[in-house]
Design a protein around this ligand. Structure first.
Ligand SMILES: [Zn+2]
Length: 123
């Protein structure tokens, strides 16, 4: 982890308060949550129910990694009407608002640094 930590430390010096808060939030995330933030959720079909009141299906997909549940509202004819998400604890970064491209870059880098260390050990 030494190389990953020093790279992360150097990067951190260049960062503003927002970035530091983001790094603190990433630190609190599980490895699975960081991975999902980096390469998106890995969904599996979970459940389906028919809602007779609104004449629509509610289909739930569950992420195999982090446990996030995506609920899709699907019309009788199969059209997607909307989605809502139930995230696992710690997934959402409170107070930071919507993550921008720079934020996603920071998350991607943090996700990759551990992988780099592991890949070098296995080489
Ligand atoms: Zn996930």
């Amino acid at each position: 982890m030494a190389r990953a930590r020093s790279a992360a430390a150097k990067q951190k010096q260049l960062m503003d308060k927002h970035r530091e808060e983001l790094l603190a939030a990433i630190d609190k995330m599980s490895e699975e949550q960081v991975e999902c933030r980096d390469i998106q959720h890995s969904y599996r079909k979970w459940s389906v129910r028919w809602n007779p009141q609104d004449r629509e299906y509610i289909r739930e997909l569950k992420c195999l990694r982090c446990g996030t549940i995506r609920a899709q509202r699907v019309s009788e004819r199969g059209y997607l009407l909307g989605s809502s998400y139930a995230y696992s604890e710690g997934y959402l970064v409170k107070g930071l608002g919507r993550l921008d491209q720079d934020d996603r870059g920071t998350i991607r880098l943090q996700s990759m640094l551990g992988d780099l260390e592991r890949s070098e050990q296995n080489a």
